[in-house]
Design a protein around this ligand. Sequence first.
Ligand code: ZN
Ligand code: ZN
Length: 318
Amino acid sequence: MALSQYVNAAPPEASKQASQMNGAGFYHRPLGDYDVWTVTDGFGFWPAYPTFGGRTAEKSAVEKAARKWHLDPAQLYNTFLMMVVRTDNDLILIDTGYGDSQRQPTAGHLVEHLELLGFQPEDFTQVILTHAHPDHLWGAVKNGKPLYRNAQHYISQTEMEFWNRDDREIQQAPEQMRGMLTTTRDTLRALEPKLKLVQDGDTVQGLKMISLPGHTPGHMGVRIQSGGETLYHVADIANHCRLLFDHPEWDFSYDNDVQQAVQTRRKMLSRAASEDALIFGSHYTYPGFGHVNEMGDGFHFIPEPIQFGWDQSQGHAH
Ligand SMILES: [Zn+2]
Ligand SMILES: [Zn+2]
């Protein structure tokens, strides 16, 4: 189970291409008996405002909050982090990145980075989709066919119903939304033969689905437990681990229902804080693992220090 086995298994071509990304595109963290990897799909930039607080805050307040963390309000860095969980019998992918869409030209590298670990799309036994936004879903289909062709796929029933619109409904949406709505619907339809609809509390090979609505109506997190450790994959409940932790009352521009998103964010972050559980967000500082403290009316994200190796018996000076 040594990590080096997977690094060495990488095809030389893939390594050359993908290792141009800092951190080599993946990060390994054991969780009890499981292996968990963050695998990057890529990155992007957006302005602090109105991406954050556009419907709930003043521009000056959002920019001030960014500067407090020494972040450039004109160009906030955004990461796209997917997760691989390996249990005794299964290889599970959580979210699939942008795929070939070019919607975000600096992303769409998930498959290259999985290859660095020695994983091919056909190796996966399950794919969990936290929600149907392009950066989480679109990579699940390539040339109109499911890319992870041996995997059972899972998404919330509410999410499926929300995005499954007919052409007439899509034509009624604002023009800039129509392309996204069409691709998302068509992607879900292409996955349908391999798709199982889930609800709050359902389990996927021992991983528990948690309903976290608001960001999208069927947005879900995943609770992963092994060997006494708990990890909450909270996907997009707070799309910035500084701004929306400081100000959980602010909106993120892709939050569908702001009031519900704020409520869910507070509830989930409080829960992680009180349980002292590890959390992981799809857009947090790489590699995305950390803990939560409650701070006044908000929260504080404490990234878990990156570790080069995990054998606790080694590395002590004597
Ligand atoms: Zn999202
Ligand atoms: Zn996202």
